[in-house]
Design a protein around this ligand. Structure first.
Ligand SMILES: O=P(O)(O)OC[C@H]1O[C@@H](O)[C@H](O)[C@@H](O)[C@@H]1O
Length: 245
């Protein structure tokens, strides 16, 4: 079966949230609730809410949690100290606010579970059958848990998540470093690897890393923006790649 990828591709580097699992919307909703509660506490009921359509892709989607928290707050002229990664959710720091948001994400995962895109599973099966290697490259610190609760971990040979990136001192997306690390861990050159991403910061990272192809995955109607920021092709579901040739 054709995978819709250039000849010579030996490995696939998948983003997780929004590419393999329907969790980008969970993150977006949690960001909105956390930021809106925080902005209301600062500015009262006249606060300007976090806009999922514009603020989410521009400041937080695809980025590590503290990077996204900081970038959005700065867009509103709010400068908070970073604090420490284990700051309690009550702390008025970048990490404290990020941890408030993570509590909301964890609550949804625990109560509602995680939905996997069926087309992505079919694509993973085809990739596996074709003998290509697979890494997941995600900015989320919840990557291991999401892969495990969904059973997707059986397809994944290498995982570069927020913890791995921090431990290795790698710059987060939109820098290409985490995708390059994924290729390295699978023992392939960037020109032999395909990147799959739904976030603007993610396609920028793929483009900057000079991979064989950057596949943009458009779940929210932003195909043009994905192309403008580095996607070589855009699909609305990975299964479409199986039908391209
Ligand atoms: O808060 P987490 O689970 O570490 O995730 C950080 C980010 O991970 C990315 O994968 C998502 O696109 C973002 O929406 C999310 O905020």
């Amino acid at each position: 079966m054709s995978l819709g990828l250039p000849d010579g591709v030996r490995a696939c580097l998948f983003d997780l949230d929004g590419v393999l699992t329907d969790t980008a919307s969970v993150h977006a909703a949690a960001w909105k609730k956390m930021f809106d509660d925080y902005l209301r506490s600062r500015d009262g009921d006249g606060f300007t809410p976090f806009d999922i359509a514009s603020d989410y892709p521009r400041y937080v989607d695809g980025r590590r949690r503290p990077d996204g928290t900081r970038a959005f707050l700065e867009s509103r002229g709010i400068h908070l100290p970073d604090g420490e990664p284990d700051d309690p959710p009550s702390a008025e720091t970048v990490n404290g606010l990020g941890n408030r948001k993570n509590d909301l994400v964890q609550q949804v995962i625990a109560t509602e579970g995680v939905t996997v895109y069926p087309g992505s599973v079919r694509y993973l099966e085809a990739v596996h059958a074709a003998g290509l290697r697979v890494a997941v490259v995600s900015s989320s610190a919840n990557t291991a848990q999401v892969l495990q609760v969904t059973g997707l971990d059986k397809y994944v040979e290498a995982r570069v998540d927020a913890q791995a990136a921090t431990a290795a001192g790698l710059a987060g997306k939109p820098a290409p470093d985490t995708f390059l690390e994924g290729a390295l861990r699978l023992d392939v050159r960037p020109g032999e690897a395909a990147v799959f991403e739904d976030a603007i910061a993610g396609v920028q990272a793929g483009h900057a890393g000079h991979f064989a192809i950057v596949v943009g995955v458009d779940r929210v109607g932003h195909a043009d923006a994905l192309r403008e920021h580095g996607a070589d092709t855009v699909v609305t579901d990975l299964e479409q790649l199986l039908e391209t040739r």
